[in-house]
Design a protein. Structure first.
Length: 109
């Protein structure tokens, strides 16, 4: 299987460098999408913290604001880790992800 993948990559690189460049750019587009996900969820997290502050001002005796902050922070950290792993994974090994995209194109999954 490894030899087949190497042959496929070499074939695409030599037969159509335009396709290989397009697939390679797609890997960077996926990294950019992950980065935009980080930006979006960071904005949502900031809004959640402001909402928690507002809830805390309404009722000082309630622990609702603390609960919102703790659950929101845990979810934010989880989502942030997922996006960062996706970015680092594609950044360190873009050839692998380009091959995955090519295989999806050829197998029509």
């Amino acid at each position: 299987m490894d030899e087949t993948l190497k042959l496929l990559v070499e074939f695409v690189r030599t037969a159509s460098p335009v396709i290989w460049e397009a697939v390679y750019r797609q890997v960077y587009v996926q990294m950019f999408n992950n980065f935009m996900g980080i930006v979006f969820f960071s904005a949502v997290y900031i809004c959640l913290l402001k909402f928690a502050r507002w809830v805390g001002k309404e009722d000082e005796d309630s622990d609702d604001a603390t609960t919102i902050k703790v659950i929101g922070t845990l979810l934010y950290i989880l989502v942030l880790i997922m996006f960062i792993v996706g970015i680092v994974n594609r950044l360190l090994n873009p050839d692998y992800h380009a091959i995955k995209i090519l295989l999806r194109l050829f197998t029509l999954e």
